[in-house]
Design a binder for this molecule. Structure first.
Ligand SMILES: *Cc1c(COP(=O)(O)O)cnc(C)c1O
Length: 382
C-alpha cells in the first residue's frame, strides 16, 4: 500500500537539496560557531551568517534582526513572555490583544503571562475565519502593549489582514507580534512594509529540518525589549543562550532560499492540485463544506466538513492517506477544534472535519488517489 502524505500543515518532508547542504555540518564542519580561536569555529560561523541572510531575505529583514530558536513555539514564548516579563520588570502595566483562533503556542503563553496586572483580551474572527480590523480597533486602550495575531491559520488556512493591523499598531504605539509559521514561504511576508515588530517562523513547515526556527525582532527604534527565557552563554544577542545547531540552521537557511525562489511556481502548482481535489469531491458530494474563506487562504490548505455524515469521521477508513482530523488539531488532545468552534461550526460537524495539506512534493497522481479514497470512505459511511 502506497502511503500518500497530505498533512503538510503539520510538517513537511525535508527538501533533498536542504538535506544535502546540511550533511557536512554533522561530521566534517562540526565546529562551534562561538569558538572564534580556530578555523572550525570560523567555518560554522560563516555558514550561520549565510543562513541568517537567507532567512532575513525571505521576510525583508536585516540579518541582525534574526534570533535563532528551536521553532515557532519557542519564538512565540520568547516574543510574548519575553516582552511582558520585561515590562513587568519596569513595573509597567501591559495588556495583550490576541485572537481566539491562534495556535496553542500563542494562546497558552498569553494565558501564562496573564497574571500580576497583565490581562489578555480576545478578538473573535467572523464565520469565514477572518479577523475584522474594526473589532481590534474597538478593543484598544492605553494599557495595550502587545497585539499578537497569526498571519495564516494552521487549521483553516485563513489569512489575516496583517498590513492593516500593522498600521493600526504603529498609530497606537503598540508592538505587533505575528505567528507566521503557516504563511512563511507560501505568501509574501515583508516585515518592513507590514510594520511587524516580531515574527515567529519555523523551518519544518517549509521543507527544512525540525527543531529550528527564528524570531525576527525589529531593531530600528529598539522599542522591543525582551527578557530572555533561556539564559546562559549569551548567544544570539543575549536573547537565546545555547550553542547554535549549525546543521539545522544551515538547513533552515537553504529552505528559505528555496522558498524565496520557488514561491510562485510552488503556489501555482499547489493551488491547481487543491482545486482539483476540492472539485473531484464536490462533483460527487456537493454538500460538503469548505471551512474558512476560500479566497483569503494559503495555497494547499483544505479544511472540509461533511454535514450529511452526522458526526461520523471518515479518517480511520483511509489509513493510506495521511491527513489530519479537523476535530483534534493538536492530535494529543481529542477536544473539538477551538478554531472550528470559533467560526461557528457545530460540534457534530467539526467531528466530521478533515484537514488536507498539499505540499511541494505532492503529484497529480496523489490527488487522484486521495480523491478516490475520500469519496469511497464517504460512500461507506452513508
Ligand atoms: C506549527 C506551528 C507552530 C509551532 O511551530 P514549531 O516550530 O513546531 O514549534 C506555531 N504556530 C503555528 C501557526 C504553527 O502552524
Amino acid at each position: 500500500m502506497k502511503k500518500i502524505y497530505l498533512d503538510n500543515n503539520s510538517t513537511t518532508q525535508i527538501d533533498p537539496i536542504v538535506l544535502e547542504n546540511m550533511l557536512p555540518f554533522f561530521n566534517i564542519k562540526y565546529g562551534n560557531s562561538s569558538s572564534q580561536s580556530h578555523a572550525f569555529g570560523w567555518e560554522a560561523k560563516a555558514a550561520i551568517d549565510i543562513a541568517r541572510e537567507q532567512i532575513a531575505n525571505l521576510i525583508n529583514a536585516e540579518n541582525d534582526e534574526i534570533i535563532f530558536t528551536s521553532g515557532a513555539t519557542e519564538s512565540n514564548n520568547l516574543a510574548i513572555n519575553g516582552l511582558i516579563s520585561y515590562k513587568h520588570r519596569e513595573s509597567k502595566k501591559s495588556n495583550i490583544i490576541t485572537s481566539t483562533i491562534e495556535h496553542k503556542a500563542v494562546l497558552d503563553v498569553c494565558k501564562k503571562v496573564s497574571i500580576n496586572g497583565c490581562k489578555t483580551i480576545y478578538v473573535k474572527p467572523n464565520n469565514e475565519g477572518i479577523i475584522n480590523i474594526e473589532k481590534i480597533k474597538n478593543l484598544i486602550h492605553e494599557n495595550i502593549t502587545l497585539i499578537s495575531i497569526m498571519h495564516a491559520n494552521n487549521e483553516i488556512g485563513t489569512i489575516q489582514p496583517i498590513k492593516e493591523i500593522g498600521k493600526l499598531c504603529e498609530d497606537n504605539n503598540i508592538i505587533l507580534h505575528v505567528d507566521a509559521a503557516q504563511s512563511l514561504g507560501k505568501i509574501k511576508i515583508d516585515v518592513k512594509n507590514m510594520k511587524i515588530d516580531m515574527l515567529s517562523i519555523s523551518s519544518h513547515k517549509i521543507y527544512g529540518p525540525k527543531g529550528v526556527g527564528a524570531l525576527y525582532i525589529k531593531n530600528k527604534k529598539r522599542k522591543t525589549k525582551l527578557e530572555p527565557i533561556i539564559v546562559g552563554g549569551g548567544q544570539e544577542n543575549n536573547l537565546r543562550s545555547g550553542t547554535l545547531p549549525t546543521p539545522l540552521i544551515v538547513g533552515f537557511g537553504k529552505a528559505c532560499e528555496l522558498a524565496f525562489n520557488k514561491i510562485q511556481s510552488d503556489n501555482q502548482r499547489i493551488q491547481k492540485l487543491s482545486n482539483k481535489l476540492i472539485n473531484n469531491i464536490l462533483d460527487v458530494y456537493p454538500n460538503i463544506k469548505l471551512n474558512g474563506s476560500r479566497e483569503h487562504r494559503i495555497p494547499g490548505n483544505i479544511n472540509l466538513s461533511f454535514p450529511f455524515l452526522k458526526g461520523l469521521s471518515i479518517i480511520n477508513s483511509m489509513p493510506e492517506i495521511a491527513i489530519s482530523s479537523g476535530s483534534a488539531c493538536t492530535s494529543s488532545s481529542p477536544a473539538p477544534s477551538h478554531v472550528l468552534n470559533e467560526i461557528g461550526i457545530s460540534k457534530i460537524d467539526s467531528n466530521t472535519s478533515i484537514r488536507i495539506g498539499i505540499g511541494r512534493f505532492n503529484t497529480d497522481k496523489d490527488i487522484e488517489i486521495a480523491s478516490n479514497s475520500i469519496i469511497n470512505a464517504i460512500r461507506k459511511k452513508i
